[in-house]
Ligand binder design. Structure first.
Ligand code: ADP
Ligand code: MG
Length: 234
């Protein structure tokens, strides 16, 4: 089953030649784990932000879980993202003055759909369960500003996974970890994705992890504007 289907997508930033995307087709199956790579500046974050509905393309079609995102308003896309997508930001975007538990609970407070799946009276138990699996169970009452980078990363993962999203978009979330920790962190995310049939798009410029994924995609291979982005050197 196809969860995400993108066709004839064109995107450019206003008044800039950089970060242009021209992608004929890209699709993701339900439960599929994709490794998307490309050098720094090649448009990986831009692409994820389009898939998340943060940026909107100039033309083309993007269907996720049966919804055509390009037909939605900005507000509708925000609601769609809150309901269906877990986004792990490159810099985590945790709220420093909130505790770990409050950060993990955020998506439940932003989405009716996720709240239905994790009602208030089950919230603590669900958060504790996911925190235990990620090894952050003893940190739940700490402010996230008190945590190490590796711990913050696991909080960001827990937040993205709470309340059964359909799709996880992970933007180089392991860049601050050494290889062993990266593999361990990934296998935890993989386990949870597998149990809940969540699809994963994992972005990195470090190809040492790619063999762990179902499919490996080079952004330059699918992006027809890539040659121009690199001044013809790609
Ligand atoms: N808001 C923006 N306006 C104009 N150019 C941008 C903007 N954001 C990123 N870019 C440019 O688009 C290109 C791709 O950026 P990005 O998607 O962040 O690449 P990556 O994540 O692969 O490092 C870069 O050349 C970057 O400078
Ligand atoms: Mg990036």
């Amino acid at each position: 089953m196809e969860l995400l289907s993108l066709n004839q997508l064109k995107f450019s930033y206003p008044n800039s030649e950089r970060g242009r995307l021209d992608i004929e087709r890209f699709h993701v199956n339900t439960g599929e784990k994709i490794f998307l790579f490309g050098p720094s500046g090649s448009g990986k974050t831009t692409f994820l932000e389009i898939l998340a509905g943060v940026l909107s393309p100039a033309s083309g079609s993007l269907i996720i879980d049966g919804t055509e995102l390009t037909k939605l308003s900005h507000t509708q896309r925000d609601a769609f993202r809150a309901d269906k997508i877990g986004y792990i930001f490159q810099s985590f975007n945790l709220i420093p003055y909130l505790t770990v538990i409050e950060n993990i609970a955020l998506p439940l407070n932003l989405s009716h759909e996720r709240r239905k799946l994790v009602p208030k009276n089950q919230e603590l138990q669900k958060i504790q369960a996911i925190a235990l699996r990620l090894g952050i169970q003893d940190l739940l009452d700490h402010k996230t500003s008190e945590l190490s980078v590796g711990q913050q990363q696991r909080v960001a993962a827990a937040r993205s996974l709470i309340g059964h999203p359909k799709l996880i978009l992970a933007d180089e979330p392991t860049s601050a970890l050494d290889f062993d920790h990266r593999e361990k962190f990934l296998s935890l995310i993989f386990d949870i994705c597998k149990e809940q049939a969540i699809s994963l798009i994992f972005v990195s410029h470090d190809r040492s992890l790619q063999s762990l994924f179902d499919r490996v995609v080079a952004l330059a291979d699918i992006n027809k504007a890539a040659v121009k982005n690199n001044g013809g050197l790609a």
